[in-house]
Design a protein around this ligand. Sequence first.
Ligand code: NDP
Length: 247
Amino acid sequence: MSNTPSESTETALVTGASRGIGRAIAMALAASNRFVYLNYHSNHKIAQQTLDQIKEQGGDGALLPFDVTDKNAAEDAVKKIISERKTLEILVNNAGIRDDMLMVWMKEENWQQVLNTNLTGFFNVTRLVVKKMLPKRYGRIINISSTSGQLGQPGQVNYSASKAGLIGATKALAKEIAKRNITVNAVAPGFIETEMVEGLPLEQIAQSIPAGRLGQPQEVADAVLFLCSQKASYITGQVLGINGGIC
Ligand code: NDP
């Protein structure tokens, strides 16, 4: 007997869903009838606007603010989802920050904060979610890595390390739980137009991208939506570049 749920009854958690790429992913999942929990850190007004827009478009969801670096807060959040919805089929680990500088100037706190958010945040949330997915024998986990984690980017030793770490974790976890019908994949965006790239020389960057332009959050969301679908059931442990041809 299949354990595969109907997509329209699925519950999803997207971390860092108030704005940018996470917002586009949350909206895409809600538009395909999933109930979406929107996690964010502190930007309540923007998160509420995202949820309002989801509801205006006929979708449904709820705000779930917590700091992914806080393991107790992550535990409370996952418990809340399970008590309200009973299941959680989709987890998108998207919350992330950057704090760029050359390694020679980097202080321990610059290293630690980026690693804590981008990599330990993944661990804090995913460990608990996997425990809930295993007995259901179904799940989709998508980790938002980066081209920076695949290639290494000067000025981003902390960020590149965190995003490369996510790729290793994706591949290892995929192998641990593939038999339970839970897929774990990463997407690795290049330069995507969000607040995260504000202040960078975008025109110059666009010229270095084979496609000649930056990507849009929706273009990442479309790929994530596919990996969350039942059509992607035999894809696990993979890293999908969404980068206009950079690598
Ligand atoms: P934004 O800066 O636009 O949004 C970041 C999101 O993460 C916000 O929702 C923010 O919440 C949330 N967040 C940050 N820290 C925490 C935390 N400790 N706990 C919970 N939520 C947190 O980023 P992007 O949309 O650009 O990036 C999203 C992901 O994609 C990140 O992992 C990033 O590394 C990755 N990425 C981005 C690329 C780009 O070019 N934009 C390229 C490659 C990868 P709040 O609003 O409350 O602050």
